[in-house]
Design a protein around this ligand. Structure first.
Ligand code: SF4
Length: 190
């Protein structure tokens, strides 16, 4: 084989780089990465189809579990609504079962205070009910300016967010409307 000086330098450079990487144990890093998580899911996981509970979109989801542990959620490509796609919230669906960082206590910050304190659930429920009643009683509008019966409260607002599923959002809206609340919104992405 005819080697030019340039070929020789390139070859010796590559060889010495290979020896150096090999001696440092770095050649392994250049090999294609193997996904053990994927292997675990495919080999041992049990798939179950379901519907995302977050919003009225009703996207189809495939859940994968090993024993009683949910390990993955992904869009169902066979579902006619989403055809495999999920929004970011639906994509993180399996965290519902695995997230142990949920707040479990009621935190209360008194007017003017800069300090949040843990309060009792019963105290919080009673306090909220009392404040709602007081505000509703003092600001309830029975008739509008033209004498039409409206029976509404404009000083209260209710907003639901992603922790509410469809059924809970339905109940919250029924409750709010029974009070006369007109400023009512539920947005699944907040
Ligand atoms: S929250 Fe997202 S994934 Fe779930 S149903 Fe609605 S759009 Fe689909």
């Amino acid at each position: 084989m005819d080697l030019t000086r340039r070929d020789f330098l390139k070859l010796s450079g590559l060889t010495s780089s290979g020896i150096l990487l090999s001696s440092l144990g770095l050649l392994d890093l250049l090999r294609p990465a193997k996904s053990y998580a994927e292997l675990l899911k495919l080999k041992y996981g049990k798939e179950t189809t379901t519907i995302c509970a977050y919003c009225a979109g009703g996207c189809g989801v495939i859940l994968t579990s090993i024993g009683s542990k949910l390990i993955n959620s992904e869009g169902n490509p066979d579902h006619p609504i989403n055809q495999g796609g999920l929004c970011s919230k639906g994509n993180a669906l399996f965290q519902i079962a695995n997230n142990d960082r949920r707040m479990k206590d009621v935190l209360y910050r008194a007017p003017g205070s800069d300090n949040w304190e843990v309060v009792d659930w019963d105290w919080a429920a009673y306090e909220i009910a009392e404040r709602i009643k007081k505000l509703r009683d003092s600001t309830f509008i029975e008739k509008d300016d033209k004498g039409n019966v409206v029976n509404r409260v404009e000083t209260l607002a209710v907003i639901g967010s992603s922790p509410l599923d469809n059924e809970e959002a339905y109940l919250v809206s029924k409750f709010a409307r029974s009070l006369g609340v007109v400023h009512l919104e539920t947005q699944a992405r907040i």
